[in-house]
Write a protein that binds this ligand. Sequence first.
Ligand SMILES: O=C(O)CCC(=O)C(=O)O
Ligand SMILES: [Fe+2]
Length: 265
Amino acid sequence: MTAQRRGISKNPESSRQASSWRGNVITLLLSEILTQPRVFTVECSEDYKKYKLFPGMHPFIEGKHCFFWPNIDCFLFECVFIPFCCVHASILDLHSGALSMGKQFVNIYRYFKNEIRDVFTEDFELYRDVCSRIQKAIAETFGLDTKQIYLTKPTFFSRINSTSAKNTHDEYWHPHIDKETYGSFDYTSLLYLSDYGLEFGGGRFVFMDPSSNRTVKPRAGRVSFFSSGSENLHHVEKVPWGTRYAITVSFTCDPNYAIDNPSLP
Ligand SMILES: O=C(O)CCC(=O)C(=O)O
Ligand SMILES: [Fe+2]
């Protein structure tokens, strides 16, 4: 695995072009939010009765569960290239440095030591900016104060392709509830980094509603966010071709689960 970094123009046109380079790297994209979120309200889940409640969870109690997919196709234009080259990596957690490689995890901070500063330069600042924009969008949409929701772990980049799963964690296609899977999540957000139909097939995100499923087609720059309880049971369709990149950024209302923004060790 070699450290590599490539620059990219901030011009949206050239960034579109850059998407074809993304064979084995991850690109983080952000610019301005251009459109209003599409908001859907789902039934309040009874499960919240069994959880300890915090102020930021009041939309749940009032039965205002929502999910959104603001179409922010030009969301951000700078990028992070992460050294995923030639490995079957599927997850990278910037906070802990954990990078999955087949059945194992390596710690990129330990692996690259000081060289990590050549891999990541302004990227952490960018990542913080992305997280804080998403936090603001969630707070505004759910009618919260941003101080009521805290970044929590894990937050991670994911890469999905058609290679077979190396362990059960790779089996993204199973229906699940994020609050049960990850424990601390109250709000889940997903920032997509590649385009459904162009860069990969399958891979749509499916909210499994009792009445009818709702499907989100990933597009580079599209963000989806939703409350993490059983009201938003979901799965991701299998990816038969191409490579799908996304970032999961999660928030909790419990200050005990709050984490700081990632920083280089
Ligand atoms: O990448 C996605 O669209 C969703 C992934 C997911 O559901 C998860 O990591 O819990
Ligand atoms: Fe999930």
